[in-house]
Design a protein around this ligand. Structure first.
Ligand code: UT7
Length: 358
């Protein structure tokens, strides 16, 4: 059975730096509050109209492809994790194929809608495809443009100060050496689905809102010519309730995160016969520096065995782990042969870990 080797990594963040002080100009917040509660000092936002989630992903992907020493045409599968796709459909996977100039059709493209755990879930999917012998070169990318979809008014401040834009990618290759993915552990608990969510666009939100507002009458009078997207219409209720912007019960998410992170990391380590002391590097999803520090303390990991960059980039959701992974490798903090754990918790709730030898 082949191993799933991490053959190449790459990341890209927009040049445009937005500091906490910049945010104080549009909402009632302070640099002190944001640093104290989240550890974030600044984040990157794309210049409006210049980039899409796909073009950001392509920039990270080209680096990962070059790092792997292959050509884009050598890829036989693309996995794209994002919660901020260019379109409601089709997904970004096919858009990335086009953006990379891959014209062959002997390639598959899959989108993963798992928010913060999207990259780790994607790694698990890629690992199964490679170990089963189905594919040899898989591009896995996590990319987000949050800045196009946040509520920048004071009402949205607890969510909007956290998120940033960026992309990270890896090329996974079938290999017979002894490095690569050791195991992945995936979990979910849908009972908390609406605690961290964007409800619209979504058919369910339309029905709910219009029931309240006399949905039957609305349907009879519905002018489909004005609403070419079927159920995905916008009305005043959607605008007023801002259900197109992310909603989060921050403290509930925080409490579950600090419980599930250590559990899922330990699950992966124990399954492989390792303990936390064997790790060369732990890369947590960059949700909140306080969460990462809590987990680090619980697992008794020294500072040089945990990589955080949320201070510079904020929370980039599906992109946060591949950006941090790629940056840590670039800085020489992860070397070939190192034992690395990646772990994430987020919307769904879903949580997951991946243990690998780089
Ligand atoms: O990546 C996906 C997973 N996400 C996470 O894991 C995030 C988990 N949650 C968190 O990181 C934290 O809950 C937040 C950073 C989102 C929020 O921090 P918190 O300590 O839970 O704050 P809070 O929402 O409970 O708000 C506390 C106070 C409130 O004021 P009052 O009611 O005590 O007067 C808020 O209105 O802080 C206020 N507040 C702010 N003040 C200044 C909320 N956001 C801000 C802000 N600036 N940006």
């Amino acid at each position: 059975m082949p191993n799933t080797r991490i053959a190449g990594v790459g990341h890209h963040v927009p040049e445009n730096i937005v500091t906490n002080d910049d945010l104080t100009k549009v909402m009632d917040t302070t640099d002190e509050w944001i640093r104290e509660r989240t550890g974030i000092e600044e984040r990157r936002y794309v210049t409006r109209g210049e980039d899409s989630t796909t073009t950001l992903a392509a920039k990270a992907s080209r680096k990962a492809i070059a790092d792997a020493g292959i050509q884009a045409e050598d890829l036989d599968f693309i996995i794209f994790a994002t919660l901020s796709p260019d379109y409601y459909f089709p997904g970004c996977g096919v858009l990335l194929q086009r953006e990379l100039g891959i014209t062959k059709t002997e390639i598959g493209a899959l989108d993963i809608r798992n928010q913060c755990t999207g990259f780790v879930y994607g790694l698990s999917v890629a690992d199964q495809f490679i170990k089963s012998g189905m594919y040899k070169n898989i591009l896995l990318v996590g990319a987000e443009i949050h800045s196009y979809g946040l509520d920048f008014s004071t009402a949205g401040r607890s969510v909007s100060v956290i998120f940033g834009d960026g992309a990270g990618a890896v090329v996974l290759q079938a290999s017979d050496d002894d490095t690569g993915v050791i195991n992945t552990k995936l979990h979910s608990d849908g009972t908390h689905a609406e605690k961290l969510a964007v409800l619209h666009p979504g058919m369910h939100a339309n029905v709910l809102i219009n029931k309240i507002d006399g949905f039957d009458e609305f349907l009879i009078n519905f002018d489909y010519e004005d609403q070419p997207y079927g159920g995905l219409f916008i009305n005043n209720e959607i605008v007023d309730t801002k259900i197109y912007a992310p909603y989060m019960e921050g403290q509930a998410v925080f409490k579950k995160a600090v419980q599930k992170f250590p559990e899922v990391i330990m699950e992966g380590l124990a399954a492989a016969g390792y303990g936390p002391g064997d790790l060369d590097m732990f890369i947590p999803h960059q949700a909140n520096l306080r969460i990462s520090q809590f987990v680090q303390r619980l697992m008794k990991l020294p500072d040089d065995k945990v990589y955080n960059n949320i201070m510079k980039y904020g929370n980039t959701t599906a992109a946060s782990i591949p950006i941090a992974f790629s940056e840590a490798i670039e800085k020489g903090k992860i070397k070939r042969g190192d034992l690395v754990s990646l772990a994430a918790f987020g919307s769904g709730f879903t949580w997951a870990s991946a243990l690998l030898r780089y």
